[in-house]
Design a protein around this ligand. Structure first.
Ligand code: HEM
Length: 436
């Protein structure tokens, strides 16, 4: 299967699920892996028996080289303590204070797009969204204009993500310590990022007045049981985790949303109508409950193109799923991309139909069938942050512009750490015609 895994992993996984069913066992050298593709099995792994499914998988071990013991990669008591301490920072009423920064940054892009639209120019929406979400996480987490450092930090982050992905997909890895050119570049990129993050933490600790951002919330949070605060190392790991987990994922969600809207122009117009009808001026948090289609469009884009397309776990003790033994020491993965397109659950699974997320229809989606943010105790801590951000950005930009994919451009989802368009997403930016 290896050549096919490299060439078309999503196609291969879809084919395996269709051919062999809900539990597929695969062997990669000494590693035995199982793909679980039915909602009940997903619930068992992520929710009901989640204690039995750890993060000692190749992917998480590789990520740990970058993120240390941050929330995404930590386990056991360390993870529990950090999650308790970080949770308040992501509470709904806290997020409200970030909405303005999100709209402000989106409006900057809109200003730039206005000039492009006047010249009928195309833009790579994937790159634009990556820059925008990086800028937003920089503002909300660090109260800094990372655009000033965007090149250095952005380059180091992008390189690290690529390198981590390459390492994850390689079966045999040269040891980390060997001074190969790849390892040296990896170490240098990590040092650059570490340097920036550590400097910011040190400045913040010294500051007499601290801005109300995620970093301050983490810095001042204490464990309700022990009263303990985060050390510099912990803060570095959490900041790095939030940077990485919180920027590419949301950028991809938005990019795929624009792609789907460009493929469905009449739905795009209905969305524009909603924005025209419901908004006075820039969108704000208070508008969101009325922007029902905006929300449903994002939910549906996350169904068809879940940025976190694969979630892996290591099996601690023997378990049974769907009548099959899942032995201790093996690997299990659940793949939202596959489950979100299961014809047994979704009518017209490949079709773009935001209406399926209208409250009366959404109520009948079975548990474990839709999980773009994971599920159970390890569910994404940034899910509300991300949906808030995606709604505000989409509302700001779609109200002023429609986007059309450059004709003939190949679109292929690339299952890297996140699911992104392999060849970018060049789109023409156009203002809405008057009276539309
Ligand atoms: C559309 C955007 C996003 C998607 C699709 C997404 C998806 C996910 C998924 C599937 C997980 C669970 C991984 C697992 O079970 O192994 C996760 C965890 C996590 N995400 Fe997100 N995420 C998004 C945005 C964000 C944002 C904006 C932040 C931070 C601001 C964030 C921070 C985290 C963290 C810290 C974890 C680890 C949580 C834990 O294990 O306690 N994510 N995310």
């Amino acid at each position: 299967m290896l050549p096919e895994i490299r060439k078309d992993p999503l196609g291969l996984l879809q084919r395996l699920a269709a051919e062999f069913g809900d539990v597929v066992r695969m062997r990669f050298g000494a590693v035995t892996a199982h793909m679980i593709s039915d909602p009940e099995g997903v619930q068992r792994v992520l929710v009901e028996n989640s204690k039995n499914y750890g993060k000692q998988t190749r992917g998480f071990l590789k990520l740990r080289e970058i993120l240390g013991d941050g929330l995404l990669t930590a386990e056991g008591d360390t993870w529990r303590r950090h999650r308790r301490m970080a949770q308040p920072a992501f509470h709904r009423h806290r997020l409200a204070s970030f909405a303005d920064a999100m709209v402000h940054e989106a409006a900057q892009i809109a200003d730039r797009w206005r000039e492009l639209a006047a010249r009928c120019e195309a833009v790579d929406v994937a790159q634009e969204m990556a820059r925008l979400t990086l800028q937003i996480i920089g503002r909300t987490m660090l109260s800094r204009d990372v655009a000033l450092e965007a090149d250095r930090v952005g380059r180091a982050l992008t390189y690290l993500l690529h390198a981590a992905n390459r390492r994850m997909s390689r079966l045999l890895d040269l040891p980390q310590g060997l001074p190969t050119p790849g390892n040296l570049r990896f170490a240098a990129a990590l040092r650059t990022l570490d340097g920036v993050v550590e400097q910011i933490i040190a400045e913040r600790r010294r500051a007499a007045e601290r801005p109300e951002d995620l970093l301050t919330l983490l810095l001042e949070s204490s464990d309700e049981e022990t009263g303990e605060r985060m050390s510099d190392r912990q803060l570095r790991d959490e900041a790095m985790t939030i940077f990485l987990a919180g920027h590419e994922t949301t950028a991809n969600a938005l990019t795929w949303t624009f792609y789907l809207l460009s493929r469905h122009p009449s739905l795009g117009r209905t969305l524009r109508d909603e924005l025209e009808r419901e908004l006075r001026g820039s969108p704000s948090l208070a508008d969101l409950p009325r922007l029902k289609l905006t929300r449903a469009v994002i939910d549906e884009a996350l169904r068809l193109y879940p940025p976190a397309w694969l979630i892996s776990r290591s099996v601690t003790e023997d378990d049974e799923i769907g009548g099959f033994r899942i032995p201790a020491g093996s690997i299990v993965f659940v793949c939202p991309f596959i489950v979100h397109r299961d014809a047994r659950v979704w009518e017209n699974p490949e079709g773009f139909d935001p209406d399926r997320f209208a409250p009366e229809r959404a109520a009948s989606i079975p548990r474990g069938a839709y999980f773009p943010f994971g599920a159970g105790p390890r569910q994404c801590i940034g899910a509300s942050f991300a949906t808030l951000e995606a709604q505000l950005v989409l509302a700001t930009l779609w109200r002023s512009f429609r986007l059309d994919l450059v004709p003939g451009h190949p679109i292929e989802p690339e299952p890297s750490i996140t699911l992104r368009p392999r060849h970018g997403m060049p789109m023409a930016v156009r203002p809405w015609p008057r009276g539309a």
